[in-house]
Write a protein that binds this ligand. Sequence first.
Ligand code: O7M
Length: 219
Amino acid sequence: MRRRTRLILALDVTEESKALRLAADTRDYVDAFKVNYPLVLARGMELVEKLAKIGDVICDFKVADIPNTNRLIVDQVFRRHAKGVIVHGFVGEDAVRACIDAARGDVFVVTEMSHPGAEEFTAKVADDLARLAVKVGAAGIIAPATRPERVKALRAIVGDRLILSPGVGAQGGTPADPIAAGADYIIVGRAIYDAANPRAEAEKITKEIARAAGAPLPR
Ligand code: O7M
C-alpha cells in the first residue's frame, strides 16, 4: 500500500455509482479504499475489481472463522485484486496464521475496536492481539483513533508494523491525535462520504494528518 497522504477512505455506501464516484473524486487524496460488507453485500465482489483499477483496495471483512474457512475467504479477497485484508485475532493463532498463509498481500489484525462496546471485550485483550499480529508476521494492526493513548501503547508492542486507525470524525476522534500517537494511516468513512464535497473534505483531512506528522503536504 502506498504511503503518501496516509488517509484510507472507508467506502461504506451501498450504491455502485456512488462508490465509484467517491473513489474517482478522492483518489488524489487517499492511499487506499477500504471496502466492508455494506458495499460487497449490496454490489458483489466484482466491485472490488473495479475499485482496484482506481486505487489500492483493502477488504475489511473482519475475518473470524476456523482456519479452513478463513483460508477460503482470504483467497477470494486476493482473487479480486485487493491489496489487503482485515481479520480478527480473537479466533486464535491458528486461524490468523491461515489468513497469513492464504494472503497474497497485507493482513491487518483488529486489536481494540473504536466504539464504546469495545471496552467490554476487545480492549481487555488488545495487547495480546497486537502481540499475536507480530508473532504471525501480519503487516499491521487496527487500533482506535477514539483512544489515541491506546494507539501509543499498541505502537510500543508492534514496533514498525503498520497501524491503521479508524474512529475519526463521526465517532469523535481527530485525524491529528492518532497520527501523533504513532498511527501510520487514518481510516475515515462518514466524515468524507457524507460531506457535501468529499474531495475537499479528504484534502482537508490530509492536511491535518501532514501537520500532525510534521511532514510536507502531499502534492
Ligand atoms: O468514519 P466512520 O465512523 O464512518 O467509519 C469507520 C470505518 O472504520 C467503518 O468502515 C468501520 O467498520 C471501521 N472500523 C471502525 O470504525 N472501528 C474499528 O474498531 C475498526 C474498524 C475497521 O476498519 O476495522 C478494520
